[in-house]
Ligand binder design. Structure first.
Ligand SMILES: Cc1cc2nc3c(=O)[nH]c(=O)nc-3n(C[C@H](O)[C@H](O)[C@H](O)COP(=O)(O)O)c2cc1C
Length: 279
């Protein structure tokens, strides 16, 4: 027989539990269920309460990486304050025109790539970065001086060896010269593919000519030191992580090409007077 309950216990939330015999399977089962319910309420409450903080932190990380790619980050200061130097705009990828569509600051490229009515499937033959789908409009982040685009930061992503790698590629206002590359999310192996986050490797991209004057993408990630003809288009690969490095080359080719920001960059080059330059 269960012990006699006080009047308060008899009316409490565990009254039904107390009426069960202490060593009965029903009581053990009821306790397990009660613990599960309490834990799931705690976990789901934490997820709901922390979601806005996680979202804000993810946004901050992206802003930091945009500034880093553009060579503007002061690590001692909050990236959100420094982001006021950046003008975010949306670009229609098909025409290359600026458009008013969505929020260019808080842009979730993975979700927008699946949005019905404002995204499209990428044809297999053009899908070198294995993105599968892309939004119709994407953000660009401009750093302007005296009315001219000094730097444009493009969001880029594509498949490496194990994961989709999300990052930013910054070009100078000529729409051709690399100013920086950074990544904010990927699942490549630490010490191998994750060397794409190594500042020493990222520094090797700076000053490389990614595009010819006619818009063809020339950038190559090569094995070993860049050398010989076309050295200005070559970036040293990652020893032991050629497959990830090739993924980075592929995503650069996709996003600088016709299916990506190609039409926008053609307009940028024309505006900067660079369309007639030699390659
Ligand atoms: C456990 C494990 C994890 C690996 N992770 C990566 C990776 O993240 N990126 C990558 O390119 N190669 C990775 N590799 C190595 C590839 O399988 C492949 O050997 C390498 O990319 C070839 O580059 P290399 O020609 O410079 O040696 C990994 C290998 C193993 C065994």
């Amino acid at each position: 027989m269960p012990p006699e309950a006080t009047p308060r216990e008899a009316a409490g939330p565990f009254a039904a539990l107390r009426r069960l015999a202490p060593d009965s399977p029903a009581r053990a089962f009821a306790i397990v269920i009660a613990v599960c319910v309490v834990c799931s309420v705690l976990v789901s409450s934490a997820a709901v309460v922390l979601a806005p903080i996680q979202h804000e932190n993810a946004l901050k990380v992206r802003q930091r990486q945009i500034l880093l790619a553009a060579g503007l980050l002061d690590p001692s200061r909050d990236p959100v304050g420094q982001f006021s130097q950046v003008t975010p705009r949306m670009v229609d990828l098909r025409t290359g025109d600026y458009v008013e569509a969505g929020d260019p600051v808080d842009f979730d490229v993975a979700a927008e790539s699946r949005a019905p009515g404002s995204s499209q499937a990428v044809p297999d033959e053009a899908d070198v970065a294995k993105v599968r789908r892309r939004p119709d409009a994407m953000p660009v982040y401009l750093i302007e001086r005296q009315g001219r685009v000094e730097t444009v930061v493009l969001p880029v992503h594509g498949y490496g060896l194990w994961s989709t790698m999300y990052g930013f590629l910054a070009l100078e206002g000529d729409g051709r010269t690399v100013k920086g590359i950074t990544f904010y999310q990927h699942g490549e192996t630490p010490g191998l593919g994750s060397e794409i986050d190594n500042p020493a490797w990222q520094a090797r991209w700076v000053g490389k000519q990614a595009l010819a004057a006619d818009g063809s993408v020339l950038l190559r990630v090569v094995k070993g030191e860049p050398r010989g003809e076309g050295i200005e288009h070559q970036v040293d690969g990652l020893a032991g992580a050629t497959l990830t490095a090739r993924g980075v080359e592929n995503l650069v080719h996709y996003w600088l090409g016709e299916q990506g920001f190609g039409p926008y960059l053609a307009r940028l080059r024309a505006a900067s007077g660079g369309a007639a330059d030699e390659t």
